[in-house]
Design a protein around this ligand. Structure first.
Ligand code: FES
Length: 267
């Protein structure tokens, strides 16, 4: 099957380090960024440590981390693609699909919820006319509700194109959206090398949040208030004696896992 070259939302990498395609956007971007990539890699003792800086670099130019960018990073680092994908997919810092010029990521975690994040999330949804993991029809805004952004002391907070905005109020959101629409906001819009789709939710509702989480949660569930995944998982663990038995068995077979008693284990 031939690779997709000109789809607006390609899902599979078509970049090949050994084939030059004159006029191809990504091929030209790669040639342009290669010296900077090599400089970044040279900063680290272990080249793998450059994985995240490289992903930021490609995302800054493409507006998202495309399949081609992931393939190029794997090539540059001499790592399997799976290593790059599993790292990048862990962070909401990286956008795996084309997104709007403003990526609005509102924290939905505990401190923010206790300080009014629910109202902030509802306000964004209402005023943008979109929900979690969606983009406005004009391609200007993408909206996502994310886990703790590590600024709990300034809750409720969010990131706009990865820049922090703290102590949010509905009035701040009004001003923010108006300034973005007028092109006067203090955070620069992102480059948009591909048109975003309306939503980037997981298509099949059969995914899991974790290996043991079958049936626990819908990956399209925004989580936060009302998401009982954690509670359900906890119930399963405490009421399932097999978990305890398995962990004891592991301790018996792998003595190095036993907690140290401080006296070499002799009593
Ligand atoms: S809970 Fe929102 S930043 Fe930590």
């Amino acid at each position: 099957m031939s690779a997709v070259h000109d789809s607006d939302n390609e899902r599979v990498a078509d970049w090949d380090p050994y084939i030059a395609r004159p006029g191809n956007f990504f091929d030209e971007l790669f040639v342009k960024l290669k010296p900077e990539c090599e400089e970044l890699i040279g900063l680290y003792e272990d080249s793998r440590s450059a994985l995240i800086p490289l992903a930021h670099l490609f995302q800054e130019h493409e507006g998202y981390t495309s399949p081609n960018a992931l393939a190029a990073i794997a090539h540059l680092l001499g790592q399997p693609l799976s290593v790059v994908e599993s790292t990048i997919s862990f962070y909401t810092l990286f956008y795996r699909k084309p997104v709007g010029r403003y990526m609005l990521q509102v924290c939905r975690n505990l401190s923010c919820l206790m300080n009014g994040a629910e109202e902030i999330m509802a306000y964004f949804r209402e005023h943008l006319g979109i929900g979690h993991l969606e983009t406005t029809a004009d391609g200007l805004f993408s909206y996502e509700e994310v886990e703790c952004l590590a600024s709990c002391d300034r809750a409720p907070c969010m990131q706009v194109n990865l820049r922090f905005k703290y102590d949010l109020t509905p009035k701040m959101i009004d001003d923010m959206l108006a300034a973005m629409r007028a092109g006067t906001y203090d955070v620069k819009p992102r480059p948009q090398t591909k048109a975003p789709e309306r939503r980037w939710k997981v298509e099949a509702e059969t995914g899991r949040k974790s290996a043991g989480g079958v049936g626990v949660s819908n990956p399209n569930n925004a989580g936060g208030v009302g998401d009982r995944s954690g509670v359900i998982m906890l119930d399963r663990i405490v009421s399932d004696t097999a978990f305890a038995a398995r962990s004891n068995e592991r301790l018996a077979h792998e003595p190095q896992l036993r907690p140290s008693t401080g006296d070499g284990g002799h009593h």
